[in-house]
Ligand binder design. Structure first.
Ligand code: SF4
Length: 703
């Protein structure tokens, strides 16, 4: 039987940042099936439906199998790779010559391995003179990055998944792990400490239903709520004075800032009781190991950075960091969001160095064997600025890699119109049917998860291995091979002679990490990562020498010695004023629209997950909107009706889901539907540039 496996191997899942290990059942080196890996320290034998279906989506008819070029009649025509590469080089160079070096930009992803990200960033910025490129991680983790950098002195999520089981009080803010990170939630369910579970979320999410305390705050009141809780912690003597003195700066400013917040007023405005805030403060103050967790409800907000820092402040002033079960912990979204943070080389120089520092530029140039002159002295424009550049004609050619902005970027109608303004759009993707691919002039077909090698870094800083267990269809190549081709045809093949394969680039990354908080010089290649069930950063040469032949411990957290990454070793407590909601509800648009993950079975814009019939059965194919029953009565809407949802930017239809998960005056639409971002308002967190997807004003009427 050709389906009977003769061996197995383990690889990290390529959807979410949990980074589960999947055991691939191989026949003659090709995967014929998979099961969750029981020995992997992340998922302990569990996987969500997306992971279970990871192979199925590779076999789709919608796979891109050959390069395609738009002809004079507007039709996409198959071409050979050589023609694809020369067209790419001619067009991109042509645009640069005509409109200036900076008129070409790229948008990449958190879905490809670190080695491909590092190669893309280095090739584009140091080889091709493309100064501007950013990733879809701007939509996902940028806020957490900025918050950590400013608070800790480095972008460093402190936790390890064991903390889900060690904590005796878990606080989830703007996070719905039941749906968004189901295996992490399973780890919470294994917690033996009868933990208090506090959820702060405008929706009564699946996680909120399982919580012991749910603060169903009105949208965008989380920052004020956190300041009010901080005030209560200070006023009630729940501060760990010794920790504050020894390990933080800014406590006096923090006290002064939060003293302005009247708890009654904040509670009333946020739609929660004073007693509920007091109870949260009391719980934090009296539990032994408190952990705070956040995802996109915080990150995707116009004041997301300060909200994340308000959580970090609470962990710091109560001494809930660096011990088992504690931490202010950002759960990342994509499988390699952290790879993008450390290795994309766009807004941070390789290994989270600084473009502005001459010393850093020289260090990285030496590591790469490049002339330091080729390293720009400034960061790339952020995603929103690149889009703005397309709008005002500064960007004329765009190269989009493994992401689907025509669906996912905020205010999608605007993005679609903008793509029409480009002289040349290149889309590099596994599928040539995405909303963005429809606008492309040139398509590069790529290998996907399971068809190439590299490393992903999960939410707890663990490097996990991606493995090649399938052949990519047709002429599709890995992003790595495509980058090799581009380097050659661009004429910089010599400069990148050392970048021969993913593991060679991993060695370069190790050298670039030396001396950084994310130092991985102690890892002995891919085989070592494979043997250990992944390795968390940092793992330095000194760590490796100190442990001799034994492997790194399987669960490691940061800041156990209370030292942060600023020169004085102290963390910063950062506070700010509250920003008013940019588009508050009005009489004409009386409803605040929330967006987010709607299911465990779909991923992002459904590019991959819609290819699985099984995943399709687990989720409605048509868009739906959650509406509160009292609102539905008033608007004469019955469950299942088709309704119209209209914002100042767009109008869509969806099926009404009448449910008390949302409060009156709010509605929720999952982000997986193409329609959702026709409604959203283009506005951003000023510190991180992350789009604020969850607070635009709409009106809902029966169709
Ligand atoms: Fe695990 Fe996330 Fe993959 Fe599901 S999608 S199997 S939770 S890594």
């Amino acid at each position: 039987d050709s389906m009977v496996a003769d061996t197995t191997t383990t690889a990290t899942c390529g959807y979410c940042s949990t980074g589960c290990g999947l055991r691939l059942h191989l026949r003659d080196g090709e995967a014929v099936g998979l099961t969750p890996e029981t020995q992997y320290p992340v998922n302990l034998g569990m996987a969500c439906p997306k992971g279970w279906e990871a192979l199925r989506v590779l076999d789709s008819d919608e796979r891109a199998t050959t390069p395609l070029l738009r002809d004079a009649n507007g039709k996409m025509q198959p071409i050979e790779w050589e023609a694809a590469f020369t067209t790419f080089v001619d067009k991109m160079r042509g645009v640069q010559e005509k409109h200036g070096q900076d008129s070409v930009a790229f948008l990449s992803t958190g879905q490809i391995p670190s080695e491909e990200m590092a190669f893309l960033g280095a090739l584009a910025r140091f080889g091709m003179g493309i100064r501007h490129g950013d990733g879809n991680t701007r939509q996902c983790m940028a806020t957490a990055v900025t918050a950590y950098k400013e608070s800790f002195g480095f972008d460093a999520p402190p936790f390890t998944y064991d903390d889900f089981e060690q904590s005796d009080c878990l606080i989830f803010i703007g996070a719905n792990p039941c749906i968004g990170h189901p295996i992490m939630w399973e780890r919470v369910l294994r917690n033996p400490n009868t933990p208090e579970i506090i959820v702060i979320d405008p929706r009564r999410t699946e996680t909120a239903m399982a919580a012991t305390q749910h603060l169903q705050v009105k949208p965008k009141h989380d920052l004020a709520i956190l300041y009010a809780i901080t005030k209560l912690l200070i006023d009630n003597g729940y501060v760990d004075r010794q920790f504050v003195e020894g390990h933080t700066n800014g406590f006096e400013e923090l006290c002064e800032h939060v003293s302005q917040f009247d708890v009654d007023t904040v509670a009333h405005a946020a739609g929660v009781s004073v007693g509920s805030l007091e109870q949260v403060a009391h719980t934090i103050g009296t539990r032994k190991a408190v952990s705070l967790w956040w995802t996109m409800g915080v990150n995707q907000s116009y004041e997301g950075t300060r909200t994340a820092q308000a959580m970090i402040n609470i962990a710091l002033i109560t001494g809930n960091i660096g011990r088992p079960g504690t931490g202010a912990n950002s759960i990342t979204g994509q499988c390699n969001a952290m790879g993008s943070r450390l290795w994309s080389g766009t807004t941070n120089l390789l290994g989270h160095h600084s473009f502005a520092s001459e010393q850093d530029r020289q260090k990285v140039a030496d590591v790469l064997g490049f002339d330091s002159e080729c390293i720009p002295t400034t960061s790339s424009w952020r995603y929103d600025r690149i889009i703005e550049g397309v709008r005002n004609g500064e960007i004329k050619a765009l190269w989009v890699i493994a992401t689907n902005p025509a669906h996912s970027w905020i205010d999608q109608a605007d993005v679609k119109e903008l793509f029409g303004k480009l002289d040349f759009l290149v889309v590099q993707d596994m599928y040539d049917t995405t909303e963005t691919a429809e606008h492309a002039d040139l398509i590069f077909p790529t290998a996907g998860w399971g068809e190439k090698e590299g490393t992903f870094i999960n939410s707890e800083r663990r490097y996990g291995l991606l493995k090649k267990v399938r052949r990519a269809p047709g002429q599709a190549l890995s992003d790595f091979q495509i980058l090799r081709g581009i380097a050659h045809y661009w004429g910089v093949g010599e400069q990148f002679a050392e970048w021969t394969d993913p593991e060679a680039v991993f060695r370069i990354m190790q050298r670039a990490s030396r001396g950084q908080p994310c130092d991985i010089t102690g890892i002995d290649g891919y085989a070592h990562i494979d043997r250990c069930g992944g390795i968390q950063w940092p793992w330095t040469e000194a760590d490796a020498a100190a442990t001799g032949s034994s492997e790194p411990p399987q669960q490691r957290r940061l800041f156990e010695d209370g030292r942060f990454f600023y020169d004085d070793g102290k963390a910063k407590l950062i506070v700010d004023d509250i920003t008013p909601m940019p588009e508050p509800p009005t009489q004409k648009y009386p409803v605040t629209l929330l967006t987010g993950r709607g299911t465990v079975s779909q991923w992002h814009t459904q590019t991959r997950t819609k290819q699985s019939p099984v995943l399709g059965m687990l989720y409605p194919q048509e868009a739906y909107v959650e509406i509160n029953p009292v609102d539905a009565d008033e608007w004469e809407i019955v469950h299942g009706d088709t309704v119209t949802i209209e914002s100042r930017r767009g109008k869509i239809e969806a099926n009404a889901c009448v449910t008390a998960t949302v409060r009156r005056g709010q509605a929720f639409i999952p982000m997986h539907y193409a329609e959702t971002n026709q409604l959203t308002l283009s506005h951003f967190d000023p510190h991180s540039g992350q789009p604020s997807y969850k607070d635009c004003a709409v009106r809902i009427t029966p169709k």
